[in-house]
Design a protein around this ligand. Structure first.
Ligand code: CO
Length: 150
């Protein structure tokens, strides 16, 4: 495994719509392993592929109860709302209040291409929404009540 550089705000790569991941090979596994290492090293709870310069639809998440890898994730159900401070490893040292669904269900694939469905609430639901937004070039500051000074 190897740590990767995290792309910071201002880089166009964070604003692109990512493409579907079609291959589930050793190369993908290597990138996922590297992303997890990079996320843990930075004390983050999630990291999306464009944040390491890869314009593909996958991300890693760990809110403290184990690593989740989502390949080609889609939110299929959401309910409720929650409002809380949110940050991003690509926007270091900043945070702002963002309203998100309280509960989400996500359909995705695992690292081997198997279909998975995961339901999450609270912080994990927030992390899912935040990371999936990254895959469409959307950052939390686009949805924050007050945009932090960058
Ligand atoms: Co982020």
């Amino acid at each position: 495994m190897a740590k990767r550089n995290i792309v910071k705000i201002g880089d166009d790569v964070l604003r692109k719509v990512c493409r579907t991941q079609l291959t589930f090979d050793e190369r993908l596994h290597q990138i996922l392993d590297d992303m997890a290492e990079t996320m843990y090293d930075a004390d983050g709870v999630g990291l999306a592929a464009p944040q390491v310069g890869i314009l593909r639809r996958f991300c890693v998440i760990d809110v403290g109860d184990g690593l989740i890898e989502l390949i080609n994730p889609v939110i299929t159900k959401q309910s409720g709302t929650q409002t809380d401070d949110e940050g991003c490893l690509s926007i270091p040292g900043k945070s702002a209040s963002v309203t998100r669904p309280m509960n989400v269900t996500v359909r995705a694939q695992d690292r081997n291409g198997k279909n998975i469905t995961i339901s999450a609430e609270g912080l994990k639901a927030r992390a899912f929404c935040h990371e999936i937004d990254h895959l469409d070039g959307v950052l939390y500051i686009d949805k924050a009540e007050k945009t932090p000074k960058i």
